[in-house]
Design a protein around this ligand. Sequence first.
Ligand code: BGC
Length: 683
Amino acid sequence: MAPPRASSLLLAGLAAALSCTDERTNPLVPKFGEATAEELVGAMTLDEKIAEMHGTGAVDELFETAPNERLGIPGLKMVDGPRGVRAGHATAFPVAAARGATFDVELERRVGEAIGVEASAKGANMILAPTMNVLRHPAWGRAQETYGEDPTHVGAMAVAFIEGAQTHVLASAKHFAVNSIEDTRFDVDVTIDERTLREVYLPHFRRAVVDGHVASVMSAYNAVNGAPMSESAHLLRDILKGEWGFDGFVESDWVFGTRSTAGAAIGGLDIEMPTPVYFGGALSDAVLAGAVPESIIDEAATRVVRKKLAFADKLRPTVDATKVESPEHLALARDVAVESMVLLVNDGALPIARAPGTLVVVGPLAKVANLGDLGSSAVTPSSAITPLQGIEAVAAPLGVVHVEGPTFSTAELETLASASAVVVVAGLTSDEEGEGLITKGGDRETLSLPPAQEKMILDVAAVAKQTIVVVEAGSAIVVRPWVDQVSALLMAWYPGMQGGAAIADVLFGDASPGGRLPASFPRAEADLVSFDHSSLEVTYGFLHGYRWLDDQDTEPEFPFGFGLSYTTFAMSGLAVTRGAEGVIEVGVDVTNTGPRDGDEVVQVYVGAPAGSAVPRAPRDLRAFTRVHLAAGETRRASLTVREEDLAYFDVATSTWIVEPGSYAFSVGSSSRALPLAVSSMLP
Ligand code: BGC
């Protein structure tokens, strides 16, 4: 039944209203849950409208906006963040980079839902996630918070997270947009041409809006083409709210995220967080002085109230500790960590055989639950499993010895030499990468491991029979100085509170690794586009990541999409057919040709027609799916590519154009292993 409108309320309640002085019971006053957003905002004073447009600070780790008691409108209660809830103890999931490596959208939907459940159970009604900036360069301090370098992949993962989370709370797609340097995040101005902006830095945000129906978008700290993102009318009004039809609200990133009163309000910012520096009394004064039209305030307040109405049943959650760190969420955290592990090198040392002998586990990080950055994405679980604990729990009959490192005594070298195998746990921590100004981390100084760790790996490799390296980090590591000396290399990311158990699951073969790199690992840092963490002005080109490496014909150490398994796969029978309404169907048979069950990630890349009117990447990922196959099993994977995704943005006409011609569809298991290809004439 449609809610009664203000006009009918008016007639029905007129008599009662004549004698009524209490606004809460006055039938003339529209009520939250009964009236529309427009009616509620229409009944607000200027100050009440502006109160919808700013935070009021933090209470018990939740960032709040004020409720409107008179109209019965609840306030927002926001909480970070992308790998779990940053309030008290909560389930610490693997970081988003790890979840990107799963290439498993259904799993990510479950993570989003679990984080939404926990946010709600903590009393929040909005989660400040997902972080979904395309990883332009792996040295970005917050690389671990996002899903990877490819817009199609980031978009698909983020949509899944949003859909899951929004079954319980509002989500926030952040940081809109072109946010990829941390150390100068408040000041950097990114110059970017319109085509690069549209085709590389925005498509995933568009998906979050159009497919994910995300309730809110957080504007980034940085400026784009001279305008701070919290007042970029071009991005906020023309593109986000105009072209994409976003009907939610934009909140600023936190301290220093809002830079002006009139500029931000007119530019399209709806909520200043976390407190009213520009959007409190100053905004009211600006309206009264005629510097900001009241229609701008009406629109912003309506956007906020509209989303509150859409999420009305979720705005007053019940605090419920039993829903936090539940057995189901811990099991999910472990499954995700297992699926996220990327096996990069294996000369047969893995899986480790459970036979009598000694396994030596080396490295200070073996005894640490290395959960990642300590900035706004930090999550504090009530307990967490270290790699050493995970290995010790399942190694029998192998005996496990820990040698601290990074330097070794003569006796320790003898222990390493006599062991059946040595597992070295290496990597980065919040000291080397993370959110700027909050932790030591910030942007990375180098893509290499710290020198002491490189030496530690080489010292082990010089004496051990088998050196198995487990790397924990948020993104690509340059491994060239030592990788040829080791028997196996497993990328474990920051694997969350169950990480130690998941690492052991994979090392011992209780699970077969099936994660794939969501970002290219270069041989040398110079192989990638440049990254300067002190930039105040920077220009972004069209290519980065695998597109750049492909364009330059530069061999990566490990390509985007790459990952080994304990089994083997083959693909055949590629068919590309035109479906209805601009959808292209891609079908391929995938066979597990090896001795055990495992997961393959089918990847579809598309190259534009020869002689394109604009420069193109050699090929772009357009679809992917993760397939679980029992040993010997064959299944047909079905994927879809939208014709519109093959368009280029024509700057002169501001339109998207699908060029007529022959498009090359290549299918395989990484951006550099594409055994199947067919051409298709489009559009
Ligand atoms: C970060 C956001 C975060 C916010 C609130 C900012 O510094 O950039 O990602 O959500 O703080 O903690």
